[in-house]
Write a protein that binds this ligand. Sequence first.
Ligand code: SAM
Length: 321
Amino acid sequence: MAQYSYHEPVLAPEIIALLVTKPGIYVDGTLGGGGHSLAILCALHEAGYGEGSLLIGIDQDDAALHEAAEKLKEFEARTVLVKGNFKTIGSIVESVCREKGLHPKVTGILLDLGVSSFQIDTAERGFSYLRDGPLDMRMDMDASVSAGDIINTYEEKELARLFYRYGEEPRSRSIARAIVAYRLKNGSVTGTEELAGIIRENAAGRDKIIKTLSRVFQALRIEVNSELEVLRSVLYDGIACLDSYGRMAVISYHSLEDRIVKTVFAEKARSDWGPKGVGLREPLERGSVSLVTRKPVVAARQEIDANPRARSAKLRVIEKI
Ligand SMILES: C[S@@+](CC[C@H](N)C(=O)[O-])C[C@H]1O[C@@H](n2cnc3c(N)ncnc32)[C@H](O)[C@@H]1O
């Protein structure tokens, strides 16, 4: 497979095997550098499905769209790239299909959650405690709220709740207290290195510093981009867009995301048998999807060695009934 410097796609062969089963409309809701999209388009082409297929790539980050457009050039005629949030997947699919005269039902949807390596490695985007940059963390640079707005305006209690809820950080309260004290003394917290310094001073011990830094930065990123709310909505709306036997594959990278994916998939797969003890022969309502993966697919040792980002990846797939 080709080399990707912008972002190495995770679990790519597994995605192809589980998602690309027939020709049709595929949506990559997290286009990034286009690594997964390229793999999907190549697989469709190699299977002889290219003619009857279209890939809709969505990303809220202009830099990602730019990178992906370059990478997918050879498949330009079968690709539509859209700047937008995947929470509006329904209306994006509707409008692309209307323009192309296609029936707006989708054969495959991929969501590879979180941020790309490129976004993390770009200091000016402010995603990493390892690089000094502004407290930004917006995936969509047109969005109004940045990490700096949150760090500098939230009350102590709100900050503590945020670090606990979205970072599962045990020292959430003392870190929130230290941030507010720093603000009172210095006016504001302006950069990632400044914030990392406050967190370092308040982490429980040297060995815990990295974990605490990751958890607090993760919490902020989730809040800035409303990541859990938009995930919940794209799961429901994505399933609604799927054609019969269409599939949705989701790669998550932390337990908060995976819990939502697992719960929504299980809920949509469950049939309603009415109150206990009624003994119906047929359910009142059948589940609308089946679970293709009962347990999440994880990366093999070889992939993890080559790409450490794959370590925490969990892939779940459902099929519309
Ligand atoms: C992990 S990267 C995807 C990498 C991609 N699979 C590849 O192979 O290059 C996630 C991408 O999804 C985008 N993204 C995350 N949440 C999004 C959302 N709610 N709507 C649109 N794009 C989103 C990010 O901007 C980022 O470019």
